[in-house]
Design a protein around this ligand. Structure first.
Ligand SMILES: [Zn+2]
Length: 315
C-alpha cells in the first residue's frame, strides 16, 4: 500500500443542501471520479472515517454550540445560524464523521502509518467558529485536527496553510492566541469577498502575535501575481517557522472558473501550490502533510484539480 491515504466516504453526501446551493453533495461525485481515474505508482490507502465524540469536538467547540447543532438537526431546521448554512436531519452525524475522518487521517500521518493524506469531506470547516456555524461550515475539521495533534502527539509547531479563496475566519480565531500553530491564508480581499475578515493587519493576539499571516488579494489576481505572493511571503514564513506538521485547507474556489471566487487562477497554479507544499513538507516535516477539502464549486474544475492534487500527493 502506498503512503498516501485518501478519505472519501459516500456518507458525506448525506449532508443535504438545496439543489442550487453551491456546496452540494454532487461535489463529491466529481472528486470520486478523480479518485477512480488516478494512476498512482502505488495504490492509495483508503481511510475509514469514525464519528467524533462530543468530548473530542470540545477541543474546539463549546458545549452549548454542540447542543445547538444537534437539536437544530434533529428538529429538521432548514439552516443554522445563517441562511447560508443549510442543514438536514443527518447533518449532525455527517459533520461529526467529517471531523472524525479528518482527525483520523492526521493521526495516521502522525503515527507514520501514512506519509500524506487527502480528506474529501463535507461539510467543510474553516468558517466554523468555536460557537457558531458560518459559510457552509458546521465543525472546524482542520482546527480539530491541529488540536488533536497538539494534545495527543505533543507537536509544538503546526502549520495550517489555507489557500481557499475565502479567509478561514474560524481557524484564525481558534489559534490567534497560540504560537504553536502558524495560520497562513491567501484569499480574496475582505473588502470584496465573504467573510470580510483576513486583513493584512490581523497578525495574531498576545502570545500569538506574528503567528497569523493574512495575504489578501485583489479581485482578478492572476497566476503570476499569486505565485509571486506565495514565493515572496509564504515560503520564507514557512521556512522560518519550520513546522513539524503541514495541515492544508484545500479550496479550489480561487480558480478563474469558480462561480463564487473572484481570483483568476488556472489549473497549473493549483498543481504548483501542491508541488511546492509537498516539497516543503518533505524538507521540513518529514513529509507529514494532511490536505482537507474546503471549497471549490465548479464541478469540472474540482475533478481536474483534485486529480492533479492527488497525483502530486501520491508521488
Ligand atoms: Zn471558499
Amino acid at each position: 500500500m502506498s503512503k498516501l491515504g485518501i478519505l472519501h466516504d459516500a456518507r458525506y453526501k448525506q449532508h443535504i443542501t438545496e439543489e442550487d446551493h453551491p456546496e452540494r453533495p454532487v461535489r463529491l461525485d466529481a472528486i470520486k471520479a478523480a479518485i477512480d481515474a488516478l494512476d498512482l505508482p502505488e495504490p492509495y490507502t483508503p481511510i475509514e472515517p469514525v464519528l467524533m465524540t462530543e468530548q473530542q469536538l470540545q477541543r474546539v467547540h463549546s458545549a452549548s454550540y454542540l447542543t445547538h447543532v444537534e437539536s437544530a438537526c434533529r428538529q429538521g431546521w432548514p439552516n443554522i445560524d445563517s441562511p447560508d448554512c443549510p442543514i438536514s436531519p443527518e447533518s449532525w452525524d455527517i459533520a461529526r464523521l467529517a471531523a472524525g475522518g479528518t482527525v483520523k487521517a492526521a493521526r495516521l500521518v502522525a503515527e507514520g502509518e501514512l506519509r500524506r493524506a487527502f480528506c474529501a469531506v463535507r461539510p467543510p470547516g474553516h468558517h466554523a467558529e468555536t460557537d457558531r456555524a458560518a459559510g457552509f461550515c458546521l465543525f472546524n475539521n482542520i482546527a480539530l485536527a491541529a488540536r488533536t495533534l497538539q494534545d495527543a502527539y505533543g507537536y509544538e509547531r503546526i502549520l495550517i496553510l489555507d489557500f481557499d479563496v475565502h479567509h478561514g475566519n474560524g481557524t484564525q480565531h481558534t489559534f490567534e492566541h497560540d504560537p504553536s500553530v502558524l495560520y497562513i491564508s491567501l484569499h480574496g480581499h475582505p473588502l470584496y469577498l465573504y467573510p470580510h475578515t483576513g486583513y493584512e493587519d490581523e497578525t495574531g493576539e498576545g502570545p500569538g502575535r506574528g503567528y497569523t499571516v493574512n495575504i489578501p488579494l485583489m479581485p482578478g489576481t492572476d497566476d503570476d501575481a499569486y505565485r509571486a505572493a506565495f514565493r515572496g511571503r509564504i515560503i520564507p514564513e514557512i521556512e522560518r517557522y519550520a513546522p513539524q506538521f503541514f495541515l492544508i485547507s484545500t479550496g479550489f474556489d480561487a480558480h478563474i472558473d469558480d462561480p463564487l471566487g473572484n481570483l483568476n487562477l488556472t489549473d497549473e497554479t493549483f498543481a504548483w501550490i501542491s508541488e511546492t507544499l509537498v516539497q516543503l513538507a518533505d524538507r521540513l516535516a518529514r513529509g507529514r502533510l494532511v490536505s482537507v477539502l474546503e471549497g471549490g464549486y465548479n464541478l469540472a474544475v474540482l475533478e481536474r484539480c483534485v486529480g492533479e492534487h492527488l497525483r502530486i500527493l501520491g508521488k
